[in-house]
Design a protein around this ligand. Structure first.
Ligand SMILES: Nc1ncnc2c1ncn2[C@@H]1O[C@H](COP(=O)(O)OP(=O)(O)OP(=O)(O)O)[C@@H](O)[C@H]1O
Length: 445
């Protein structure tokens, strides 16, 4: 397998998991060989190998096969030099653990670079309040929401702001996975006193993706003690998770109730305005890198409508688009966008089908579905039909001939004509523009 293919597999894996999981478990993998349907990786420690096998093994095999590699099993090996003589290495490791107890803070994740809209305004306000570093008013601050909606970004923004305002504060950010990893290492190396001391000496503790410790009894136990010690000492704790405390399964009740004691705020799924805002902000950053690139009108709006999954996917799509356009040296048009991002667009429009669009539009105009699809040319039917064709073109990745087939076997030129007609009317007739927007929103829900 070429490095390029492995690079693509890594990208696919990255898209399917949290940034922390990727960083902690997948990035350290070094593919050594691939033969007899076995992919062999070198890993820094046996623990990582076992962990990856149990938790990500199926995903890795699936993605390898998706990229045309015939793999049925994974094997992990630890290179000689790191596995040998653990006793001799112990002091160095302990030293390193102290230096890098937390994950690094990304300097790009600031409040300035965080775009605020209705879905995240409360979370943003709460995070800002904590970042002011005044007296602890709510403890913990519990941020939750779906994948890629900005939990990690907000936590890093708090850390960045606190470090600037009060550099003397000991701010520790780490993922729940890292917490567990440090805990297990401390147990194994009989360094529990160091571990406890380290975590009890912080002024602000941030633990990302806390749902990860659910079902892991001894880690939960240690987390509980750390949490209590810090709250008792009036130190700020900030926690994030992919769901509300009450919905995390296999979490001990005492931890759950502790987590609910402070302020619990959620990041809602993005809406169109927020997505567009994020895109505009990211474009400004990208254009600093590729100053010659031109982006055609309507491209950002198209992306904001079509990629509704989460901000990470949106951001990834834009980066890819810019890199592609700079390689081919062309303006970013709608066509180029559709070409370059066909897979992302396809994946994110699974939700809306042409049939749903037809149903919604016929309900909206109070006509029968059979009349929309049928041959009648009366404007009462033709206009809604054209609107449904337009929405199908915008909101799904179906080609014009495919759309035509779903509209009673019409030719692709008829669909093209319909789409154009609606585009023209949207400029001159505000009623049509409103109808389209209303329908689009209804379909996105
Ligand atoms: N409102 C926003 N404004 C600007 N960028 C954002 C916003 N929301 C998310 N992002 C960006 O999207 C990407 C994913 O966000 P982040 O890693 O914070 O998500 P998350 O909620 O922690 O996801 P996960 O559960 O996968 O860890 C980051 O690059 C982040 O900067």
């Amino acid at each position: 397998m070429t490095t390029q293919v492995w690079g693509e597999v890594l990208q696919s894996l990255k898209a399917g998991m949290s940034a922390n999981s990727y960083k902690n478990w997948i990035a350290p993998l070094e593919l050594k060989s691939l033969s007899d349907k076995v992919a062999t990786f070198e890993v820094p420690t046996g623990f990582i190998g076992n962990y990856v096998q149990q938790n990500f093994g199926d995903q890795i095999i699936y993605q390898l096969n998706r990229h045309e590699q015939d793999v049925q099993r994974l094997s992990f090996s630890v290179p000689e030099k790191t596995s040998a003589k653990p006793a001799a290495k112990a002091p160095r490791k302990a030293q390193k653990a102290d230096d890098t107890a937390g994950g690094p803070i990304d300097p790009r994740f600031t409040f300035d670079s965080f775009v605020v809209g209705k879905p995240n305004e409360l979370a943003n306000a709460a995070a800002r309040r904590v970042a002011e570093g005044g007296p602890v008013t709510f403890n913990p601050l519990f941020l939750y929401g779906g994948v890629g909606l900005g939990k990690t970004h907000l936590m890093h923004a708090i850390a960045n702001e606190l470090r600037e305002r009060q550099p003397e504060l000991n701010v520790l950010y780490l993922s729940a996975e890292q917490f567990m990893y440090r805990f297990i290492t401390a147990l194994r190396e009989r360094k529990m006193m160091d571990f406890k001391q380290l975590f009890r000496s912080v002024d602000v503790l941030m633990v990302d993706d806390v749902q990860f410790i659910a079902g892991k009894d001894s880690t939960q136990e240690e987390f509980f003690h750390t949490f209590n010690a810090l709250v008792d000492a009036n130190k700020q704790i900030i926690i994030s998770a992919d769901r509300a405390p009450g919905e995390i399964k296999d979490l001990e009740d005492r931890i759950r109730s502790r987590l609910q004691c402070g302020l619990v705020v959620d990041l809602h799924p993005t809406d169109y305005e927020l997505r567009l805002g994020v895109l505009q902000a990211k474009v400004a950053i990208q254009q600093a890198q590729y100053p010659d690139l031109v982006i055609a009108d309507g491209v950002l709006e198209f992306l904001a409508h079509r990629i509704t999954t989460n901000v990470r996917v949106l951001e990834g799509a834009l980066t890819r688009l810019f890199a592609f356009a700079s390689l081919v040296g062309r303006e970013i048009t709608l066509e180029l966008t559709q070409d370059c991002l066909s897979d992302v667009l396809k994946a994110s429009d699974r939700k809306v089908t042409v049939e749903e669009i037809q149903r919604k539009v016929s309900e909206h105009f109070n006509i029968r579905l059979s009349d929309m699809i049928g041959p009648k040319r009366l404007r009462t039917f033709a206009r809604p039909r054209q609107m449904a064709m337009y929405l199908a073109k915008q909101m799904t990745s179906r080609s014009l001939p495919e759309i035509g087939r779903r509209f009673g076997g019409r030719d692709h030129t008829t669909v093209m004509h319909g789409v154009k007609r609606i585009e023209e009317l949207m400029v001159t007739d505000s009623q049509i523009a409103d109808d389209v927007e209303l329908l689009r929103r209804a379909l996105e829900e």
